[in-house]
Design a protein around this ligand. Structure first.
Ligand code: SF4
Length: 204
């Protein structure tokens, strides 16, 4: 339904929108969506498309809103950062067996991509990020993150992960005064996980 009034918000400072998001997020408004979330899930046929039950779909939706809100709240600080890293999940590699030419270096700890497949999501993401000056890590799990951050002292980090991992890493980053941005996995699991490369590019 279109508005019955005309508006132009272009002169309102971006800070205003960030503040609204921040306050809404701090007061847990996205956790109180209840019926609205269920209506959206029905409208977009999320259950049919994903096979999730309603409560799992609501939890997923809440986490996605949570992640977007945190990204928006932290964005201004993130763009000021200089030394940055990208953390990618190893489960997004095209191959999880010997066909993947990545070598795991336990001293970092990270896989180092051998660039064997141009259509590998991890390869594409790594190339994009390195062009933008990021150090790229391909991680077997979130437990590698503190080890890297303690030795490398990054100011900003972009992490690709599921909602649960993002929540855990977010707390850790806050404690270490590192500014984070997240890109959600749109397909999770132990292998062949997927994230949106365009979303990542916008976030970098
Ligand atoms: S492109 Fe890199 S991460 Fe992807 S399968 Fe090849 S070596 Fe592994």
């Amino acid at each position: 339904m279109p508005y019955k009034f005309i508006f132009d918000l272009s002169r309102i400072p971006r800070f205003f929108f960030t503040e609204i998001t921040r306050v809404g997020y701090e007061q847990g408004m996205h956790k109180k969506m209840g019926k609205t979330a269920q209506d959206m899930i029905k409208k977009f046929k999320i259950q049919e498309a994903t096979g999730l039950n309603v409560s799992d779909a609501v939890a997923l939706l809440e986490d996605l809103i949570d992640l977007q809100a945190k990204n928006l709240v932290e964005r201004e600080k993130f763009v000021q950062t200089r030394k940055r890293a990208l953390f990618l999940p190893h489960c997004s590699r095209k191959y999880m067996d010997s066909r993947c030419h990545a070598v795991f270096d336990p001293k970092i700890p990270s896989y180092i991509c051998g660039h064997c497949s141009p259509d590998c999501l991890v390869n594409r993401a790594a190339i994009l990020a390195e062009r933008k000056g990021y150090d790229v890590y391909i991680l077997p799990g979130g437990s590698c993150v503190p080890q890297i951050l303690k030795t490398k002292h990054y100011q900003g980090v972009v992490g690709v992960a599921c909602g649960e991992e993002t929540k855990l890493s977010g707390k850790m980053l806050k404690g270490m005064k590192v500014v984070g941005q997240s890109v959600p996995l749109i397909k999770n699991g132990c292998a062949n996980t997927i994230f949106n490369i365009k979303t990542l590019l916008k976030t970098l």
